[in-house]
Design a protein. Structure first.
Length: 190
């Protein structure tokens, strides 16, 4: 289905918490209209209620090689399994009163292919210009000339960051972790 990207190698390096997200809880989300795979623009700062934004480096494409050394970069590999996890837990997250978006620095056309191939029931947002990343001070890394977001998830309530998951590992089990957290804190209905 996903060109082999749906499974994780067993020997992936585990990312360590380097403190790069410690400043985020309580931060206001910047008012930026990000392009979505729906063709709309989404301003996360203006959405009422609870929004889960999982930020990921990049999804692989069948037939296209991943960047050199991708599997050796802690936290890089796993965007497809993570997205599939949010797809598979989407109804549970909605039932807990939250909406879901994926966010990366890939352009919308690139994201649209992944959304369709993986049958994602939510939109992917593009921060191709890094405006959202820079405004919030999200951690990034560079590979093959691309600036990519380190894997993290923001839980945003009424325009402010309520909780941050960072680092995220393993990515294929992360959506279940988010469901458990939302269940424990009693997500507020949209």
């Amino acid at each position: 289905m996903a060109g082999g990207y749906e499974h994780l190698p067993e020997d992936l390096p585990v990312p360590e918490d380097d403190g790069a997200c410690d400043h985020l809880p309580g931060a206001r989300v910047p008012s930026l209209a990000l392009p979505a795979t729906s063709g709309e623009r989404v301003d996360l700062s203006s959405l009422p209620g609870t929004t889960v934004v999982y930020c990921y480096p990049m999804t692989g494409r069948p037939g296209a090689p991943l960047p050199e050394g991708w599997d050796s970069i802690p936290g890089a590999r796993g965007c497809t399994p993570e997205s599939c996890g949010f797809r598979d837990h989407h109804d549970e997250i909605l039932a807990l009163g939250a909406r879901v978006f994926g966010l990366s620095t890939q352009d919308t056309d690139y994201q649209q292919e992944a959304k369709e191939r993986l049958a994602l029931p939510f939109e992917l947002l593009s921060d191709e210009g890094l405006g959202f990343c820079r405004a919030l001070g999200l951690p990034t890394f560079e590979v093959e000339g691309m600036v990519l977001i380190k894997r993290l998830t923001l839980v945003v309530r009424d325009g402010s960051v309520e909780h941050v998951f960072y680092p995220v590992f393993p990515p294929d089990a992360h959506a279940g972790e988010v469901v458990r957290w939302l269940s424990g804190r009693g997500a507020v209905k949209q």
